[in-house]
Design a protein around this ligand. Structure first.
Ligand code: BG6
Length: 503
């Protein structure tokens, strides 16, 4: 993993889907932050590509407005001007074999000449996955896709990468017919989050945690990605995807693999990803019976978030009024390797839950002996390490301490590390690091083909069962709650409970 503070290579970023939401909310602000911190070279340009016909000047005006809205108060006039001087736009029909791609070719030549940029290009596919392979094919056909003469060509693909194992395999195969794996960057924005990257530093940059990070000491692991948001304007996409597809094989499995993997031989991209994929391969595929016992789905009914009434999922825009799509998913599985055998991993994610809260809880086993028998102590505090990913980033160690006084009583206390207390507030969209890494050719934080497929291999049998047996109890949780009772029952059957606490 590169850590050097250096400027990226001179290059042009070509954004397909340049007029979309992702570009204005995440990509522009991320590029702006990179430029502000000196990570973008002076010889840098952006070519936006969209369906709409528009002049570069009109696109720049839109970009200025977007930067002011989404890059926050940090966006100053000089910084915005720096961007405008380097931004261009071309529009047209993505299906048209000739016109649009010939225009892009001309524009790239002119932009490189005008700004003295060598033809290093990276293409950001902020478009529906069904268009990935076709657009990539057309880029290659027009001579703009292969790395040559020391100049590189890279492709970033947004999620979702496929909708099940078969479609992900097909997409990988189609792309690998025209591109090399080292040109393909499958993005998962969770890997751009500081605390997610910190999991590796926490585990492998310290000596005290790793010796207890295994089945001898760990009782179970819980991962929660809870959102208060509903489906917003994305009902169309979401209703055909659902919570499991949207969050589990990608974001949640990134958290699982970084938490569970063995120390890699080095921090180069393939060493890290080799260890991550081994974890996914060690998760046993769910049998139909497991899918019924160890996977829970839910859908929210109307309720309240922060005291404000919100509609149920079936009343959201572009969602079918009898939709059977899940907005909540919880799974229990085991990782069949020497480190983790018999340690259950419980993961859950959902929309319209009680709080926005993403965390990883490592719950340790009880102390082996109840030493305080003749005292009022009835139960020992179980230790846990909680890695908070959002909204606050930090790490908490939970343990028992003696309550002052003549009688032995134990109180549960926390030792807290909070990122912003130590390192100050970082303004980041999560995309900065990933865009920068692509520009310097470091794929460590991107998903390799085998990782994507291994993730789908685990969840596809659950999707199949859910598809075959429509949920009868939907909606089964109230917006603003912690999800369906079935999820509490699933973990409760093992004598455990979800940790719903917040820092
Ligand atoms: C996206 C999902 O990938 O991640 C969304 O498609 C989800 O449904 C989002 O809301 C969550 O991201 P974050 O960074 O807000 O946790």
């Amino acid at each position: 993993m590169a850590g050097a503070d250096k400027t990226a290579d001179p290059c042009v970023m070509v954004i397909f889907g340049a007029t979309g939401d992702l570009t204005k909310r995440k990509l522009f602000p991320a590029l702006y932050n990179l430029a502000k911190d000196g990570h973008l070279p002076d010889k840098f340009a952006i070519v936006g590509v969209g369906r709409q016909e528009m002049l570069s000047d009109e696109f720049r005006d839109q970009m200025i407005a977007d930067l002011k809205e989404f890059a926050g108060k940090e966006a100053d006039e000089n910084g915005i001007k720096w961007f405008c001087d380097r931004t261009y736009y071309t529009g047209g029909d993505f299906d048209d074999d000739k016109k649009l791609f010939a225009d892009i070719k001309d524009m790239l030549r002119d932009v490189c000449d005008a700004n003295d940029i060598p033809p290093n290009f990276f293409y950001y596919m902020a478009i529906p996955p069904s268009m990935f392979a076709n657009v990539a094919k057309k880029i290659v056909k027009n001579g703009l896709g292969r790395s040559e003469n020391g100049n590189w060509r890279r492709f970033i693909f947004e999620k979702p990468f496929g909708r099940d194992l078969a479609s992900a395999q097909k997409l990988n195969a189609d792309l690998l017919k025209i591109l090399n794996e080292d040109q393909i960057y499958r993005i998962d924005h969770y890997l751009g989050k500081e605390t997610v990257q910190n999991i590796m530093v926490f585990r492998f940059g310290n000596s005290v945690f790793e010796p207890i990070w295994n089945r001898n000491f760990v009782d179970h692991v819980q991962i929660t990605v809870a959102e208060t948001l509903g489906v917003e304007q994305r009902g169309g996409y979401y209703d055909s995807a659902g919570a499991l597809r949207d969050m589990v094989p990608n974001h949640i499995f990134q958290l699982v693999t970084l938490t569970a993997m063995e120390p890699p031989a080095s921090f180069n991209a393939d060493s890290v990803r080799n260890e991550q994929v081994k974890i996914l391969q060690a998760i046993q595929p769910f049998s139909p019976e497991d899918a019924l016992q160890c996977a829970v789905r839910g859908q929210y009914a109307a309720g309240a978030i922060d005291g404000k009434a919100v509609p149920g999922y079936r009343s959201e825009e572009k969602v079918a009024s009898d939709s059977n799509t899940e907005t909540y998913a919880a799974l229990k599985f085991e990782i069949d390797n020497w480190r983790w055998a018999d340690v259950p991993f419980y993961v859950r994610t959902g929309k319209r839950l009680a709080a926005k809260h993403t965390s990883i809880v490592i719950q340790f086993k009880q102390a082996p002996l109840m030493l305080f028998r003749d005292t009022p102590v009835e139960r020992l505090t179980t230790n846990r390490i909680e890695i908070h990913i959002q909204p606050d980033e930090g790490i908490t160690l939970h343990f028992g301490a003696k309550i002052p006084g003549p009688i032995v009583k134990i109180g549960a206390v926390d030792m807290d590390f909070n990122y912003s207390d130590h390192f100050g507030e970082q303004i980041s969209t999560g995309y900065e690091r990933l865009l920068y890494d692509c520009m310097i050719g470091d794929a460590t934080l991107f998903q390799r083909a085998d990782m994507v497929e291994a993730g789908w291999r685990v969840v596809t049998p659950i999707l199949d069962v859910w598809n075959a047996i429509p949920a009868r109890s939907f909606p089964n949780y109230t917006a603003g709650s912690w999800g369906p009772a079935e999820a509490d029952d699933m973990i409760g059957r093992d004598g455990r409970s979800w940790k719903n606490t917040l820092i």
